[in-house]
Design a protein around this ligand. Structure first.
Ligand code: GLN
Length: 385
């Protein structure tokens, strides 16, 4: 209806609408099974929902403290200690955020400036580079090895300069489902030793990891923990992506800078949900059971697509599975993802959009955070392609 009469200077001229929104909308418009954007289609724990309701009814509906309610920060700190032997002071080193994306954005705002370089591994989750560019920082891209999406540390070493301010990690990795190992962590310790490089570790899928692997949190390693922001998401762990609640851990001097921005960015996160989560997380089964649940779903999906013409390497973590279509089609993945949604009624995410350079690996990402019935129906369609 209206149009700004002046000239609009775009701060992100090359950025369009995120692929997750584009593909989910196409899936809805086409009545397709939506395995594109990552979100569960199964119900949330009724107990957790009851707890939110209880705290709302009991009147916990006003602003919580800026950094989050103390009880939740204490529970998080205890969890981090018991899982990774990492010590974070709930008072000064834990902050509750409006989801992982906000935590990442705020940490970058707080620490990166004009001309600072940030090393990113591609394919990279799509919120990283814009957050860096908005503060005048420069993303420096390192492509993950194309066979197993592992990191070539020699290349990282070559790209580190006196301008390198941050390295961004993501394990378990979205969109590929790869995981980092303790060997990777040791390389990272060597590479950053004696430097002022900050690590941003996106670990939102920490509890979605398969086949007996142990999640390699940077917080397990003192030399890394002391230079890292570590980001987590309740949405991923408790199947509540729409609640947009997460948290960040960092040493107190980094966290002090984070909070300076956080207080003016969102000020704080949703109160009743924080009270509910603090209570719900007392029972560690509520998060420790998640890996097995998702491994079952991954395996249902894998057997459902076993007879298909797609090539598969089982996902090691996250709720995403890549399927390689190189023996089926030579179309660009963006085209194929659209065509499969329209013609076959199955939506996925093309992986090429997460690269900086045009790379065509001929893979599509499918989300298996779905009811078994959805996965079986999806498997039938995929097997018919
Ligand atoms: N993390 C989700 C995914 O990878 C998407 C979140 C979003 O839509 N921004 O699919």
């Amino acid at each position: 209806m209206y149009k700004f009469p002046g000239s609009v200077h775009s701060k992100l001229p090359k950025v369009g609408t995120t692929i997750f929104t584009v593909m989910s909308k196409l899936a809805v418009d086409q009545g397709a099974i939506n395995l594109s954007q990552g979100f569960p289609d199964f119900p949330v724990s009724p107990h957790l929902v009851d707890l939110v309701y209880k705290h709302m009814r009991e009147g916990r509906n006003q602003y919580p403290p800026m950094a989050g309610i103390p009880r939740l920060r204490e529970v998080i700190s205890a969890k981090q200690e018991s899982l990774y032997s990492a010590q974070y002071d709930p008072e000064t080193e834990v902050t509750i955020t409006a989801g992982g994306t906000q935590a990442i954005f705020t940490a970058i705002q707080a620490t990166i400036g004009e001309g600072d370089e940030v090393i990113l591994f591609t394919p990279a989750y799509d919120c990283y580079a814009p957050a860096i560019e908005l503060v005048g920082g420069k993303p420096v891209y390192v492509q993950l090895n194309s066979d197993d999406y592992s990191i070539d540390w020699r290349q990282v070493k070559k790209l580190i300069s006196r301008h390198t301010k941050m390295i961004m990690l993501n394990t378990p990795h979205n969109p590929t489902g790869a995981t980092l190992t303790s060997k990777d962590m040791k390389e990272l310790i060597k590479i950053t030793k004696g430097s002022d490089i900050i690590i941003m570790s996106d670990e939102v899928y920490e509890h979605i990891i398969f086949d007996g692997q142990e999640h390699q949190s940077v917080s397990r390693y003192k030399e890394l923990a002391e230079r890292s922001f570590v980001v987590y998401s309740f949405g991923k762990t408790f199947h509540v992506t729409g609640w947009k609640t997460g948290y960040v851990l960092a040493p107190s001097n980094l966290m002090a800078e984070f909070r300076k921005v956080h207080q003016f960015n969102v000020f704080t996160a949703n109160a009743p949900i924080q009270y509910a989560l603090a209570e719900y997380m007392i029972n560690s089964d509520n998060y420790m059971s998640v890996a097995a649940e998702y491994q079952r779903k991954r395996d249902v999906f894998l057997s459902a697509v076993e007879g298909s013409r797609f090539k598969v390497k089982p996902s090691k973590g996250t709720y995403f599975q890549l399927l390689d279509y190189s023996t089926i089609s030579d179309e660009a993945d963006t085209e194929l993802a659209k065509r499969l949604t329209i013609e076959h009624k199955i939506a996925s995410i093309p992986v090429s959009v997460f690269y900086h350079n045009p790379v065509q690996n001929n893979v599509l990402r499918f989300c298996f955070a779905k009811e078994e019935e959805t996965l079986l129906r999806a498997g039938e369609i995929i097997s018919s392609i």
